[in-house]
Design a protein around this ligand. Structure first.
Ligand code: SAH
Ligand code: SF4
Length: 354
């Protein structure tokens, strides 16, 4: 199998060019072609000598996957594409439009091993990790699409299929590629990693002191409830998780977003809200409340609008910033079938349904 070109960093491309007897600046030209001009095939690289274009075609593939289906939400602002990878694995990528934001929600794995009860991807199990290039290729797909319309990707959230910290290296490599100033140059602050709460990786991420935003999928404020929804909580219980997050905010001074899918009668109660407020007391935090997107493998229902507001009120009264998110793209089962507007710092929304 030939190498996917997006799997290479600039340095690796330079090595390749050298091995091909080319000066290093050719690698820079290829890099710019890929990530600035968004060229999608070797033939497009007209700035290169023909011989080098042929070499690119011989050594690399430019196509990570084929789009298998695209769904568009009723309001036309959310698109979800299902991509089929060469080995038959499938992933989803979502594009959301909100005012000036053009946010992509991308996958880091085909499926997921974490088995969260309420999550469509979790119910599927893990098929495999994506490579950095396969993660990057999802961004390029929509970046090209937007470019034709004179627009650019403004934000990326790693909230599609999979647990980004269970595929740590590839995810962070993809971020480095997308962040590269001579290429795609998307600011790290415009990217958000969402994790189910893998403590060692949160600690590692803290040490790296990156500008990338961190979101934690919390969903419950006591261990019994959280373990019943999120099996990995047995391995990394709340006390350990929150200690790691506190260490992160202390080291980086960056605000952490906590994700909370409101499940009627399960985690939307006054008691849970109060416990959550106590857990997050004094922390540089923000809570994102998202009504559950019902999935086939889980009995739970979404909370009512009223309940969501009441829950939010308890938190804000305790001094913890909180937003209730609109279930965007709900009619197309966006994201892992559960997307809201997740980018931190997005404006408040009113619940559309539930
Ligand atoms: N694995 C990572 C990122 C992908 S899931 C994580 O769990 O954080 C992205 C977000 O969607 C997470 O906050 C997850 O808890 C949430 N989610 C999953 N299934 C959902 C559902 N059915 N309804 C609402 N949110 C859901
Ligand atoms: Fe995996 Fe996140 Fe879904 Fe849990 S919520 S199963 S970690 S994708």
């Amino acid at each position: 199998m030939t190498t996917l070109i997006y799997d290479l960093g600039l340095e690796a491309l330079q090595t390749w060019a050298q091995n091909r007897g080319q000066p290093a600046y050719r690698a820079r030209q290829i890099w710019e072609g890929l990530y600035r001009h968004l060229w999608a095939s070797p033939e497009a690289f007209t700035t290169l000598p023909k011989r080098l274009r042929t070499a690119l075609a011989e050594d690399f593939t430019f196509e990570a996957f084929q789009p298998a289906a695209t769904l568009v939400s009723a309001d036309g602002e959310t698109h979800k594409t299902l991509f089929r990878l060469p080995d038959g694995a499938q992933i989803e990528t979502v594009r959301m439009r909100y005012v000036r934001r053009r946010t992509l929600c991308i996958s880091t794995q085909a499926g997921c091993a974490m088995g969260c009860a309420f999550c469509a991807t979790g119910q599927m199990g893990l098929r495999r990790n994506l490579t950095a290039g396969e993660i990057v290729a999802q961004v390029l797909y929509y970046a090209r699409w937007l470019k034709q319309r004179g627009e650019r990707v403004t934000h990326i959230v790693f909230m599609g299929m999979g647990e980004p910290f269970h595929n740590y290296e590839a995810t962070l490599r993809a971020i480095d590629i997308l962040n590269h100033p001579q290429g795609f140059a998307l600011g790290a602050r415009r990217m958000t990693i969402s994790t189910v709460g893998l403590v060692p990786q949160i600690r590692r991420f803290t040490e790296e002191k990156r500008q990338v935003n961190l979101a934690i999928s919390l969903h419950a404020a006591d261990d019994d409830l959280r373990s019943s929804l999120i099996p990995v909580n047995r391995k990394y219980p709340l006390a350990d998780l929150l200690a790691a997050v506190r260490a992160y905010t202390a080291a980086t001074h960056r605000r952490v977003t906590f994700e909370w899918a409101l499940i009627r009668g399960v985690n939307d109660t006054e008691t849970q809200a109060r416990r959550l407020a106590a857990l997050l007391q004094g922390m540089l935090a923000h809570v994102n409340l998202i009504p559950l997107n019902p999935t086939r493998g889980f009995q739970g229902e979404a909370s009512s609008r009223q309940r969501a507001r009441a829950f939010c009120k308890v938190l804000t009264a305790a001094g913890i910033p909180c937003t209730v998110r609109l279930r965007r793209g709900i009619d197309i089962q966006a994201g892992c079938g559960q997307l809201a507007a997740r980018e931190s710092g997005a404006p408040d929304f009113v619940l559309k349904s539930a």
